[in-house]
Design a protein around this ligand. Structure first.
Ligand code: 0X9
Ligand code: ZN
Length: 310
């Protein structure tokens, strides 16, 4: 049986989502957005009952794992999947919309973080000037290399030799582009910081025209999280509240017309500590449960917004 209080290998994540699809054929399907550089399948689950009238239902899209070391993000995606398929309170939601979840977008980096370098962030392309990887979240073809990005292949925030040089980002773009009319919300799960961030992130002081809608759903997500364990996330614009960084998947998704776009930075927060221990990316397994429990209703709030419309 799958233990949601532990971090899992790429292989065991894939085996588990395969089993979920097999066990729930009426409303769960599994497919791949393509292969990683090292030929790992970047799989996704589509969770939702087929519609009698629509070929493509409106959808919430969630990815996790763009950054390899942020292990709590795929853990939160897996917990969501399990809740959606085991809790019948979500049946009417799943009749109305599809929820598409990619639990591990950067499997090569994830396995490298598990097996070789816990603090690995990037993809595993290269070597370029002796260094591996590009930051997939600096590599998307919208405002590429405008801010918070490095042209040094050895940097943590290396944006790649050109926009969309990284195969994993190419796969994500190829999935999102043709579905930009039905995907109404895009959430990308990261850690850490306890933030709910909306575009634009490529600069400061620039917001989409519907920023008030983005703020409103952000506040709903904030309240949903706080109600579980009292954790107070910060809701803000990426560039203003965090730092300007361009070429990220959130800005790209917004640029193709997806309405509700957020980067969600999970635990720990800047002030969280445990007996003076500061964990950062290395969140111990004992914190998985409270973290994924509080994240769930925020993701459901976004799903409800997709169902109900703006
Ligand atoms: O820097 C990032 O890519 C994200 N933070 S993380 O610590 N997980 O690396 C934040 C991205 C926010 N979005 C944009 N700046 N567009
Ligand atoms: Zn990240």
């Amino acid at each position: 049986d799958f233990d949601f209080d532990k971090y899992h290998s790429y292989d065991s994540i894939i085996a588990w989502i395969e089993s979920v699809a097999t066990a729930n054929p009426t409303f769960v399907s599994i497919d791949t957005i393509g292969q990683s550089l090292q030929n790992r399948e970047i799989k996704y689950l589509k969770i939702g009952y087929p519609s009698a009238t629509k070929a493509e239902k409106n959808a919430l899209f969630i990815d996790a794992g763009i950054h390899a070391r942020e292990w709590i993000a795929p853990a939160a995606a897996l917990y969501l999947i399990n809740q959606l398929v085991t809790n019948s309170t979500y049946t009417s939601l799943l009749q109305a919309i599809d929820i598409i979840v990619v639990p591990e977008l950067n499997p090569d980096g994830y396995e490298y973080s598990r097996n070789s370098d816990r603090m690995w962030r990037k993809s595993r392309s290269g070597p370029r000037r002796g260094c591996y990887g590009a930051d997939i979240n600096r590599n998307f073809p919208f405002k590429w290399m405008v801010a918070g990005s490095s042209n040094n292949p050895c940097s943590e925030t290396y944006a790649g030799p050109s926009a969309l040089s990284e195969i994993e980002g190419q796969r994500l773009k190829a999935f999102l582009d043709p579905r930009n009319n039905t995907i109404k919300a895009y959430l990308t799960l990261h850690s850490y910081g306890e933030d709910i961030l909306y575009p634009w992130g490529y600069t400061t002081g620039h917001y989409p025209p519907d920023v008030n809608d983005l703020k409103a759903l952000g506040q709903e997500m904030f309240k949903a999280i706080k109600a579980v364990h009292g954790t107070e996330f910060e809701v803000g614009n990426s560039g203003d509240a965090l730092y300007p960084a361009s070429g990220a998947s959130d800005d790209y998704s917004k640029s193709i017309g997806i309405k509700y776009v957020y980067t969600v930075e999970l635990r720990p927060g800047e002030g969280d500590n445990d007996n003076d221990q500061w964990y950062g990316f290395e969140l111990p397994e004992k914190f998985i449960k409270p973290t994924v429990e509080e994240t769930l209703p925020a993701l459901i709030a976004a799903a409800n917004r997709v169902q109900n419309g703006p």
